[in-house]
Write a new protein. Sequence first.
Length: 318
Amino acid sequence: MTQTDNLLTISPAPHVRSADSVPTAMRDVLIALAPALVAALYFFRLPALLVILSCVVSAWLAERACLKVMKKGPTGEGSAIVTGLLLAFCLPPSLPLWMAALGSVFAIVIAKHLFGGLGHNIFNPALIGRAFLLASFPVAMTRWSSPLDGVTTASPLGVMKEATGQVLPSLGELFIGSTSGSIGETSTLALLLGGGYLLYRKHIDWRIPCTFLGTVYLLTAFVATVNGFGISYPLFHLCAGGLVLGAFFMATDWVTSPVTKVGRILFGIGCGVLVVLIRLKGGYPEGVAYSILLMNVVTPLLDRYTKARVFGRAKGHA
């Protein structure tokens, strides 16, 4: 036997191994959401806490029920808790608790397990849950409360869309989070801290959030230049609504976003273009959820046409 005889090792896949696991990744997502959770509880108090608990508990119970029906044991990976929390962050604090619970059940049962469970869903479950609630209960889903005092009011994007003459919140208020809106989307600062943590832990790729936010900024800056709206107009669009939440925590979903670098850039650009079109030309003041869901449909095509060519094989061959 020579020294070269043991250089080749043959083993079954997977050949690339990592210390990361799904439970570890879900734990880090929960850590990243912690700043926004603290901000939500500070600004919206008990109503926000009840909606969050309703969503998380309902998602967890729905997950256990689905696994039992499919005769699978508890996985312990925590994705249902993440889905429930993300859905709660997309809901108004005044939403009836039974509606919040229904949205979580729909997200887990229909958007996740009906497609085969974790890793097989083609749409982001939390956003599907929100879309379901918005289509089923539009009045309740668009009733916003002011932070701290809980007075019913319009959202910042709604005020700008309807041009009611109501004073818009300042950029500082939008950045800190002391404005009306969904539970977990108002504090840009808290969401940026969480997004930065996910980037640091390398759970998400910078290409999707950066191209998403950058596209919205460039398009709204162009609109501001043409119409003379001022430099604060594109910054308002960045901080208002669920744009930062969607860019870092929804659009970057590992299952429903592209796997190629070019695909991720195109995905982020597509999301940004759709958000601006919906906000400026559509009848709905917000467009983040629908933009991401629409781009989820395009993800397989982006992966197919942006994948690297196999070495030694002619272009156009599988």
